[in-house]
Each structure stands twice: as C-alpha cells, then as structure tokens.
Design a protein around this ligand. Structure first.
Ligand code: TYD
Ligand code: MG
Length: 453
C-alpha cells in the first residue's frame, strides 16, 4: 500500500510539485500552490501512473493494423481523423459554446453504434432525458448507443469498465470532477488530471476516447491549452454564429494528416455532411453587384470557392474604418495601403468593410487578389464579370504572386461554371482546365486596368 503523502499543485498551470514554494517554478504565479494530501488508499494523479510493465521489441514485431481503426461512418469526420478512430486514442473535440460539439458527438455516437459497436455517451452537461430528446430530433436511436449522465470520475470509470463500450464520448471534459483533486471542476488542474486519468484508462482498455472541450475566450482549450499536448489529436469545430456552415479541422493528429477538413451544414435535424461546399457558398451570389469577387481558397487540401465582398464609402469622420468578418483585419489594411500607394486610389479617406460570405474564415494570403478586386470594384462602383475566379497573393509592392495548388483551385472553379481566372504569371504549367481563360496579372495595376477602370 502506498504511504500517505502530500503533493503541491499549482491552481494556475496544474503542475504538481514535491514541496511547497511561494511561487510556482513552472508558470511563475505567486501563492498558487495548494497542498493536496494523497490518502493511503488513494490513487496518484493518473499522469504519474504507469500503465503496465513493458519491454522493448523490434518494430517489425509490433502489431498494428490500419484495419483496427473504427470508422465513424461519417465521411467528413473520418476524413479528418485519417480514416477512423485508432484503438486507445484520445481525441479532443474543441470549439466555442453553441457551435455544435454535442450534436456532432451524438451523431458520431449514432453512426458508430449503428455498425453494432457500443458507444457510451457520457454527459456531464445534460440529463439523459435531454440527450434522448436531442437524439430524437436528429434521428439517433440505436440499441448500442448508451447514455450516462454523470460528473463524478470514479463512477464514470466504473461504468466504462462495467459496460465495455467500443468507443467512449464525453461531453464535456470541463464538467467532470475527480473528488480527490482539491480544485474545482472546469479548472486547469481538474481538467488536466481528469483527462490524464481517462487517457490512461482508454489506452489500457483499448477504446477510443472522444473528449468534448469548450474553448475559452482567448482561444485556448480549457485554460491555457492545457490539454493539447496530452491528447493524441485535437479536432476543432468552427463556425460563425448565424451561419450554417461548420468546419472540422485537425489541429493535431498523431494518426493522420492535419491538412484535412470536414465540412458540415447545421440544419434543423442536425449536422449534414457537405460534399460540395463551393456550391453551397456561392449559391446565391448576386449579379452585377459592385464589390463582389470570387476567391478560390484551400481549406486544408480542399479547394473552396468563396465570395468576397467589399464596401468602400467616404469616411464619416476621424480615422477611416477597416472592418472585416471572416477576413484578417491586418490583411485588409495592408491591401488598402498598397492600393493607395501603388495605384493612387485614395482609400485613406474611405471606410472599408469586407466580408467572406457564408461564415467562412479566410486563411492565408490566396484571397488577396479577390479582396483587392472587390475593393477596387466597390470604389469604382463597377461590377466585376461574374465568371472570373481570383487566386493570388499580393505583395507590398503591388506585385501578384502565385499560390500553391492553383490547378486544384481552378478545377473546382471550372466545375462550378467559372470561365476565366485572374492569377499571377506562371501560376500554372500548361493551359487552364476545360479551356478556362487565364488572365495573368503581374501587378495590381494590371488587375485595375483589365477589370474595373
Ligand atoms: P450544440 O451541439 O448544443 O453546441 P455545443 O455543444 O457546441 O455547445 O448545438 C448548438 C446549436 O446548434 C444550438 O444553438 C442549436 C443548433 N442546432 C440546430 O440548429 N439543429 C440541430 O439539430 C441541433 C441539435 C442543434
Ligand atoms: Mg454542448
């Protein structure tokens, strides 16, 4: 039996120490160490447990089958996971409150349990009856989908061992509590220790574990990204309030690529997988509207066509406004400055609003050319031709640079009926897909001359 002793845990960063100190040596916070007595019968925090005694073996003798992966049965989820859940893995499903994490987890639970594998859905946020109601709404009910409404980690562990589920999902990690840890539920210390104990259990028993985690306001998962290094993968679920589009992104994945994204639409009966997001996004693009340009961007490895809108108006008073939604504010300011300096467009006296339509977040620089085109189009009040797709990065000198994956982007555009592309010289080897016309644009000045002036 282990001897009774104390450890000192930092309530700020969750590290534990052998002795008391006035200042945590890990995070530097003063007076944050609290004594925690480990009873003689108690387990140590799971992070200190060793699973079992093991010995080294040649890699060729290690058994590992791709077939062991448990597919979720949801194409968009499997794509992000790299083909399915690996036995014993711990994956974190993170996202802001209200984005649809519980719905996604329940749909994954439904899909897996329909293949005859038992899924234990543990909720610390809702009652089992509430989950049942939601399940009815999204049409999820299956003999192998089991529910447990519980926050106490000891009970949860017993239930997992007793019911032998093939996969366990927990909603959410912030609601669970391990009695022995002195800190409150949802704090960094609890969350870290609870996760660590669950991960140990999942590895030992071999079931994949899906943990829902709310992202805090600053974008960290459960405190300062305390969990990301502990789990095997982090899947981030993103979406804009008021929009139906949802993107599942692999931020970390020990068992697959982080380049893949899954795309969903939130409907009244749950999440629907979207195979053709560009069609969804460009569906109701207006005709002949100044300030609208179509950009071909990449979400992971998937080309996505997005409408970029800009509205340029005389500045009302004071400093000109630069307001964006789904677009990096700094990128807009930079493009406005380049347009002013290189093309002499007097944007310094104008407010500029810019949006990526449909709740998409524009990442990287490939949307620069479309954004510049939209700004010019709004400034001159001249609509761009509707069948031109833009793909290019803009530099500080006003030069246009090629972007990776241009052919993929143009193929997607061609599929959706775009007839020509505006891009940097040498973006593409050979001709455009399906006879698409290519407007090579070395500089923003060429863009302005061709399309808007
Ligand atoms: P939820 O999964 O509860 O989000 P989270 O667990 O991330 O906090 O879902 C949040 C929103 O999704 C909720 O405001 C309502 C909406 N929703 C639908 O539009 N359709 C549905 O079928 C469901 C279940 C939810
Ligand atoms: Mg929820």
């Amino acid at each position: 039996m282990a001897k009774s002793r104390s450890i000192f845990m930092c309530l700020e960063c969750g590290t534990s120490h052998e002795r008391h100190m006035g200042r945590c040596p890990d995070c530097g916070t003063f007076n944050s160490l609290k004594e925690h007595r480990l009873g003689s019968h108690s387990k140590e925090p799971a992070s200190r447990l060793t699973i079992e005694k093991t010995s080294a073996v040649p890699i060729t003798q290690v058994e590992a089958n791709e077939e062991d992966r448990i597919t979720t049965g949801m194409r968009e989820v499997d794509r992000v996971l790299g083909g399915g859940l690996v036995p014993g893995c711990g994956m974190l499903l993170s996202g802001e409150p209200g984005v649809g994490k519980s719905t996604l987890l329940l749909q994954i639970a439904q899909a897996i349990s329909l293949t005859g594998k038992r899924f234990l859905y543990i909720t610390g946020e809702e009652s089992a009856a509430q989950v049942r109601l939601r399940a009815d709404r999204i049409g999820a009910s299956s003999q192998e989908l089991w529910l447990l409404s519980e926050c106490d980690l000891d009970t949860i562990e017993q239930q997992i061992l007793a019911n032998k589920p093939a996969v366990v999902g927990i909603d959410s990690i912030q609601t669970l509590r391990w009695e022995e840890i002195p800190a409150g539920a949802g704090g960094v210390v609890q969350v870290r220790e609870v996760t660590s104990r669950l991960m140990t259990l999942s590895r030992r028993e071999g079931f994949p574990l899906l943990l829902v985690g709310h992202v805090t306001k600053d974008g960290g998962v459960a405190g300062p990204r305390a969990l990301e290094h502990m789990v095997d993968g982090v899947l981030q679920f993103e979406g804009e309030r008021g929009h139906a589009l949802r993107v599942l992104r692999g931020l970390k994945n020990r068992f697959g690529s982080t380049e893949e994204v899954g795309i969903f639409e939130m409907r009244s009966d749950g999440l629907a997988e979207v195979e053709n997001p560009s069609g969804l996004l460009l569906g109701d693009r207006p005709h002949n509207a100044p300030g609208s340009a179509a950009a071909a961007v990449l979400e992971g490895t998937r080309p996505l066509l997005v409408e970029i809108q800009a509205l340029v108006t005389p500045a009302a008073h004071g400093a000109p406004a630069r307001k964006t939604s789904g677009i990096d504010n700094g990128r807009l300011s930079m493009l406005a400055a380049v347009l002013e300096k290189r093309l002499g467009v007097p944007l310094g006296g104008c407010d500029i609003h810019a949006n990526a339509v449909g709740g998409v977040k524009l990442r990287g620089t490939a949307g620069d050319l479309a954004l510049a085109a939209a700004i010019l189009s709004s400034f001159h009040d001249r609509a761009l031709p509707k069948d031109v797709i833009f793909a290019g990065e803009v530099g500080l000198l006003g030069e246009v640079r090629p972007v990776p994956g241009t052919r993929q982007r143009l193929e997607e555009a061609s599929r959706l009926g775009f007839k020509s592309a505006c891009l940097a010289p040498n973006s593409l080897e050979g001709s455009g897909p399906d006879g698409m016309r290519l407007h090579e644009t070395p500089e923003l000045a060429n863009l302005a001359r061709r399309f808007v002036e």
